[in-house]
Write a protein that binds this ligand. Sequence first.
Ligand SMILES: [Zn+2]
Ligand SMILES: [Zn+2]
Length: 277
Amino acid sequence: MILSLKVWEDSPYDGCMEKAESISAFGEFLSAARDVFFPSFCVNCRTRIILHPNPYFCQTCWDTYTPVDRPVCEHCGKPMGIRVGFDAPVELLCPICRQQTEPGYDRALAVGTYEGILKEAVLLLKFHAKTLLAEFLGARLADFSESDLDLQNYNALCPVPLHRVRQRERGFNQSQLLADALAHSIGYPPVKHLLFRNRPTLPQTHMTLKQRRNNVKGAFTIVDAEKVAGGSFLLIDDVMTTGSTLAECARTLKKHEAERVDALVLCTTRLDKLFSP
Ligand SMILES: [Zn+2]
Ligand SMILES: [Zn+2]
């Protein structure tokens, strides 16, 4: 399915492309200077990285990331881990989505699975504050969007918000950085802050599906309801596990009459790894 973004017509961001191009040329110069004076080494194989946009992984290691195998669940975008034959179900829905009782997002897609080099990159970004990675990973979201989504169909990119206490501790919101980098890569208007996390939620790693849903229930509010009614939005997040958080964000937007809410994530946990330790 090709989805396509109708940017608000009164966008105040006209003319930002020229500025973005000159910033990009300056960025390339800085990147070359950084390679000469402060060489980087791949965190995985220790090879020196020369003129590669990713300052933490060499191209050879990066190329080992696992894209999402098709077929995928038609709702959450997780790889189904099956072969499609004549005996395959007509409607491809994973066990998680078959249990879905309340509507959330319309459709989610992921660039890769949460394992190997992609998992390592997310952990470096999130827990070791390697925020330079966000630009590279955001560009991967942009590459993926070019083939599988039409971003012109959405009114705004909507990163999943962190609670202000968590954001203060971490110093940044990785979903926000990814959404900013995606927007920058495609010359898209800066990301709007439409969602707000109104209470802290517990870590969900060891929770069941039901516990995860309850944990995030009512955790989000809308910043500007007028901008939401009748609009289409693309949620952006780093990792999807069961999709409970993304679904709750979507429900919040839809309660304020959003017409369509999809989600794009950098990586998704495989179904067979969902509740394993
Ligand atoms: Zn390497
Ligand atoms: Zn699914």
